[in-house]
Design a protein around this ligand. Structure first.
Ligand code: HSE
Length: 312
């Protein structure tokens, strides 16, 4: 069980939507598109050698690189391995709000674990990956990493100690629009208020409980009613052009609801059918075309698998 499985593996690591509107830092789900790919190879050179095969110019010093920092944490737990070479081919743009850093950290540690015969549990992998996430946002949060590793919808009940609960959910279509502006997670956290009114906390608790119950009971109306955020969205929405117009028009077109994806600037909407999700995508495009802002969109579904091995 402790031996090395093989020398090299390629994995695909999914984008993720953190918070799911009301569950700041505690809820997230993985999506089927876009995804990053990473090839990890065991090598004799100590530490982590990073080769970027994309155009994002991410740091190649391991300690400053999200994947690198996560792999260094992993290496500390496997003294028989000296080092890794990581070839990184990212599609998920950093600062997009769909879990770019989590995809880097989660992909790297799942690949490393595969090479080590899956020695560590998914929960232990989340712990390694969080070291990488801290490099990106300054804090350890797991609401992108947990769904990237577990797949599906996850609840992070606690970080210290780590307590992750996979949540069953009905089939849902996810539409994402990523306006081409960059919002750094660290900045989007900095602007948040440090105190919350009790009346707002009560509303938020109701929505979080309602959303989780709605997922488990496959109750689309309850999911829709619970996609409301009275604490974070009013502050962060000022960073995202046409946020409320997009939200309102997508809901009028039949979306169950949605909001800021992670710390933004991407916006996501959940829909019951592919037709609605594609209509929502067109509405998002029209609104950003009208104001002349470039964007990417994705019409996809919830990814149930998390990071997957693509080439053994
Ligand atoms: N929960 C984190 C935040 C997610 O909203 O700051 C960052 O992607």
């Amino acid at each position: 069980m402790n031996e090395i499985n093989q020398q090299s593996v390629t994995v695909a690591s999914p984008a993720t939507v953190a918070n799911i509107v009301c569950g700041f830092d505690i809820l997230g789900f993985a999506i089927n598109e876009p995804e990053d790919t990473f090839t990890l190879t065991i090598c004799e050179e100590p530490g982590v050698t990073i080769i970027n095969e994309d155009n994002f110019n991410l740091p190649t010093i391991a300690e400053d690189n999200v994947s690198g920092a996560a792999l260094l944490a992993f290496l500390e737990a496997v003294p028989e391995i000296k080092g890794f070479k990581l070839e990184s081919n990212k599609q998920i743009k950093p600062g997009s709000g769909i879990g770019s850093s989590a995809a880097s950290a989660a992909g790297a540690v799942v690949a490393a674990n595969y090479l080590m015969n899956n020695r560590f549990t998914p929960l232990e992998l989340v712990r390694f990956a969080m070291v990488g996430e801290k490099v990106a946002s300054g804090v350890k949060h797991a609401d992108n990493i947990a769904p990237a590793i577990f797949g599906g919808v996850t609840l992070i009940r606690s970080i210290f100690p780590l307590d992750i609960i996979p949540i069953d959910a009905p089939h849902l279509y996810v539409t994402i629009v990523h306006p081409q502006i960059e919002v750094r997670t660290a900045d989007a956290r900095q602007i948040l208020k440090q105190n919350v009114l009790l009346k707002d906390a009560i509303k938020q608790w109701g929505n979080i409980a309602g959303l989780v119950a709605g997922f488990i009971q496959h109750d689309y109306d309850l999911i829709s009613r619970s996609l409301e955020d009275v604490i974070i969205e009013p502050v962060r929405s000022i960073l995202i052009p046409s946020f409320y117009e997009i939200k309102q028009k997508c809901k009028e077109a039949g979306a169950l609801g949605g909001g800021i994806s992670g710390s933004g600037p991407s916006i996501f909407m959940l829909s019951k059918t592919r037709a609605i999700a594609e209509n929502v995508e067109n509405i998002m495009k029209e609104i950003y075309n009208k104001i002349g802002l470039s964007y990417y969109t994705h019409a996809t579904t919830i990814n149930q698998q998390g990071v997957r091995i693509v080439n053994k």
